[in-house]
Design a protein around this ligand. Structure first.
Ligand code: IPM
Ligand code: MG
Length: 360
């Protein structure tokens, strides 16, 4: 079976890093038996410029038809003033929502070679391997009603709605239990049940599932404490499962623990494990087109695609081992280099990973 992979380069450094991941996938195709074909489409600011919409119909149709989607990054200052309804971020949220990619996996893994790059002491983060599971198609990001209104007394009022249905909570909680079961068997559900009714329901539903997963040790934590614990003693966590907005915030925090947000991949899966794969970092317009962006988060996102959607776990292992080997050999892009280390650009890093694919 030939996998159909849709590549959405997006904006800023997007074309450079997606180009890098495509080269890696191409090498797997030529030398390691990956059966795939690539298609490209526009999404984000570039799609606004070309079609007046950050997620054009043709792109959405291509996304529906594809087996898996690899996205670079969208947005940039050029489109910050664009009307809210068609902004690059909106296109991304629509793609997640229209394709039902509710389960967002954001691993925060510290490569041994990068222990010094973290802002925390090496002993606090050495060996860190946390999986954050973020609910991605519900909660305050999508709840109705939302808007900005004029009040009768002349004030303007902005409002959003934080809402979860029990079935939405159940399916993401199940993802949490299933993934914890395949890792170290510990699941921490993060909420704000001391204040929010929606969190009270969240906790009740998660607790209700626990008897079905007796091999998983379940705990609960308030989100403020979770933020504190993540910087105090991050290695206490195995898998965290949480809402859309809490997950947005905690995953950036966890990313920084590893020293570089330029290293972290993510997967967003639907109920059938079809997925959208993207680096956790943004479009970095300040370094776009300079050939210096770190392609590893995108290459590792392609690896998650191989593992979670295309059922090519052995190839995913190969890519991850290649990245580990390149880092251990001291190859560094600027964002992960120490003060006196020599740095390489996007292309040289990509070539090093591709060469390592055959050596691991
Ligand atoms: C993320 C980003 C997005 C989000 C933005 C760009 C809409 O911050 O993927 O974490 O908030 O989900
Ligand atoms: Mg975010």
């Amino acid at each position: 079976m030939t996998h159909k992979i849709l590549l959405l380069a997006g904006d800023g450094i997007g074309p450079e890093i997606v180009g890098a991941a495509e080269q890696v996938l191409q090498a797997l195709k030529e030398r390691h038996g990956l059966a795939c074909e690539f298609e490209h489409a526009l999404m984000g600011g570039c799609a606004i410029d070309a079609h007046g919409d950050s997620l054009p119909e043709a792109t959405l149709a291509a996304a529906r038809a594809a087996d898996a989607i690899l996205l670079g990054a969208v947005g940039g200052p050029k489109w910050d003033k664009v009307e809210r309804a068609i902004r690059p971020e909106r296109g991304l949220l629509r793609l997640r929502s229209e394709l039902g990619f509710y389960c967002n996996l954001r691993p925060a893994v510290l490569y041994p070679a990068l222990a010094d790059a973290s802002s925390l002491r090496p002993e606090v983060v050495a060996g860190l391997d946390v999986m954050i599971i973020r609910e991605l198609t519900g909660g305050i990001y999508f709840g109705q009603p939302r808007g900005i209104e004029q009040d009768a007394d002349g004030h303007r009022r902005g409002f959003n709605t934080l809402v979860y249905r029990d079935d939405e909570i159940e399916r993401i909680a199940r993802s949490g239990f299933e993934i914890a079961r395949k890792r170290n068997g510990r699941l921490c559900s993060v909420d704000k049940a001391n204040v929010l009714e929606v969190s009270e329901l969240w906790r009740e539903v998660v607790d209700g599932l626990a008897p079905e997963y007796p091999d998983v040790e379940l705990s609960h934590m308030y989100v403020d404490n979770a933020a504190m614990q993540l910087v105090r003693a991050p290695k206490q966590f195995d898998v965290l499962v949480t809402t859309n907005m809490f997950g947005d915030i905690l995953s950036d925090l966890a990313a920084m623990l590893t020293g570089s947000i330029g290293m972290l991949p993510s997967a967003s899966l639907d109920a059938a494990s079809k997925g959208l794969f993207e680096p956790v970092h943004g479009s970095a317009p300040d370094i776009a087109r300079q050939g210096v962006a770190n392609p590893l988060a995108t290459i590792l996102s392609a690896s998650m695609m191989l593992r979670y959607t295309l059922d090519e776990g052995a190839l995913a292992d190969r890519v991850e081992a290649a990245v580990g080997q390149v880092l251990a050999a001291g190859v560094r892009t600027a964002d992960i280099a120490g003060a006196s280390e020599r740095t390489v650009g996007t292309q040289e890093m990509t070539a090093a990973v591709i060469a390592a694919l055959d050596a691991v």
